[in-house]
Design a protein around this ligand. Sequence first.
Ligand code: 6MZ
Length: 348
Amino acid sequence: MDNDVDKFYRELPKVELHAHLNGSVSFQTMEKLIARKKHLGIERSMTAIRNDQRRTLDECFQVFKVIHQLVDTEEDILMVAKDVIREFADDGVRYLELRSTPREEKNTGLTKTKYVETILEAIQQCKNEGVDIDVRFLVAVDRRNGTEVAIETVKLAEEFMLTTDGLVVGVDLSGDPTVGHGRDLFPALEKAKNGGLKLALHLSEVPSQLEESELLLNLPPDRIGHGTFLHPEVGGSQILVDKVVKNNIPLELCLTSNVVGQTVPCYSKHHFQYWYHLGHPSVICTDDKGVFCTDLSHEYQLAASTFGLSHEAIWKLSQEAIDCTFAPETLKQQLKQKWNELRPHVCQ
Ligand code: 6MZ
């Protein structure tokens, strides 16, 4: 990670809305996992991509497979989730929506229910330990696994939403965008929405998903992950943009991830520019801070330096992200108050 981040961005209170748990595992945590599982022969270089390197999206997805080998017990998940939450808090993140794909591992006896329970336990433990961050959880549907798994995952999310006093707030749709089609997942996502779960969907992360994006926008989702190829200038369409704007659906934008994964050619051509200038709600996020060797302060600084944004504009961006969260209204108000209290110190 680039430690060369100005004090302003570190101290800026931040909201993180797009963070995949296993993609967010830091160097330090990875060392602990590798030491626990020496027999796997996994080296550090196989679990992260330096942010000055470039990879195909497919190569990025190979990295997740390696990380999943290292994180396959309840003990691992508890450690990883607690470390990730503490690291976001240390980086000035005051509200975090973490997402992860429930996995079962026959070898270790891990079940999907236990997987989610363990992450919720990590959130609770961090809270009890006084870590200064509010955390909510999104249950991830991996698009590669098709209709039945999607329905099963949504059921799991619904059960947890009803029993966890608001910790589970929604469902994410993610996974390799070149595999599977949204039409097969539509019924599950619709069921989630009707059941009161919020929807954060990866949309148009790669080109040629126009038809899928148009279909999924009819749900409509509550937030969009990436949305890289929605607008006409990159092969998307005005119809898609109009739908997003009409429904006021915030975008979760991850600069480093998109440039390293080469879905965007360079920082200055990132679609943040397009949506920000439309005045559309756009939230800066990390995606996979461990894999892409970044953190949220760095991403804000990157947005500022690339697009010439003042501290005032960055403050506004971070504050407006509060309204894009899936937090209840009372918590949104508390967060806004926290931002107001911190402002004189951060913007002095
Ligand atoms: C789509 C992504 C992603 O769920 O095991 N994931 N899905 N696009 C991306 N852009 C780079 N980055 C991560 O975290 C890892 C999983 O998150 C999804 C993939 O399904 C990946 O396997 P969890 O915690």
